[in-house]
Design a protein around this ligand. Structure first.
Ligand code: NAG
Ligand code: NAG
Ligand code: NAG
Length: 161
């Protein structure tokens, strides 16, 4: 516990230390598009409550997202209900099989397309899926978050075992 608190203090103080050394601190580097997309997927798969799921989805999907699940256009509410129905009891496991990313601008992590192929276990259910997403800088968000990347187009193929 003490060690954890110390670690988080270090994390908090590092940007300040950098900022005080340089009048133009470097922009913090964004996690890669793949890391960002993967983190959002983990938040959804591993959510242990409806509110944790909602937080994960809010940080991942644009309010204007267009969702296709197994070829059918669905609303974000339906996607959320689908996950809620699987429950929040362990095991909640995610393993990536394959990832691919194509940034809009070379070497930039701000916008682009990502493909994630994964296996997951959510309670009693085993899932294999592929998610292809288009990630944009969502200017509709207010207040503007530190990382305004959101998925505007979400296409998922899902098989349940
Ligand atoms: C959503 O995606 C589907 C399938 O790609 C497409 O047919 C539809 O036009 C899209 N809708 C919007 C509002 O972008
Ligand atoms: C994903 O599941 C498939 C089929 O069950 C299996 O062959 C593969 O090894 C799994 N991959 C990972 C990374 O878990
Ligand atoms: C992208 O990064 C690679 C490897 O660091 C570099 O060779 C390439 O020139 C960069 N491209 C652009 C457009 O910055």
């Amino acid at each position: 516990m003490v060690a954890l608190r110390f670690a988080s203090l270090l994390l908090l103080s590092t940007p300040f230390a950098l900022a005080s050394k340089s009048p133009h601190p470097p922009k913090p580097t964004l996690p890669s598009l793949t890391a960002w997309a993967q983190n959002g997927l983990a938040g959804v798969v591993k959510a242990t409550s409806a509110s944790a799921l909602e937080t994960a989805l809010d940080g991942w999907l644009s309010p204007d997202v267009n969702i296709t699940l197994n070829g059918i256009n669905i609303t974000p509410a339906t996607l959320m209900a689908h996950r809620v129905n699987l429950g929040f009891a362990p095991p909640l496991k995610l393993s990536l099989v394959h990832t691919l990313e194509v940034p809009t601008v070379a070497n930039s992590s701000e916008t682009g397309e990502v493909s994630l192929a994964f296996n997951a276990t959510i309670g009693p259910l085993d899932i294999a899926g592929v998610i292809n997403v288009i990630i944009v800088q969502d200017t509709s968000l207010s207040p503007r978050p530190a990382d305004p990347r959101r998925i505007i187009n979400f296409n998922e193929l899902l098989v349940e075992f």
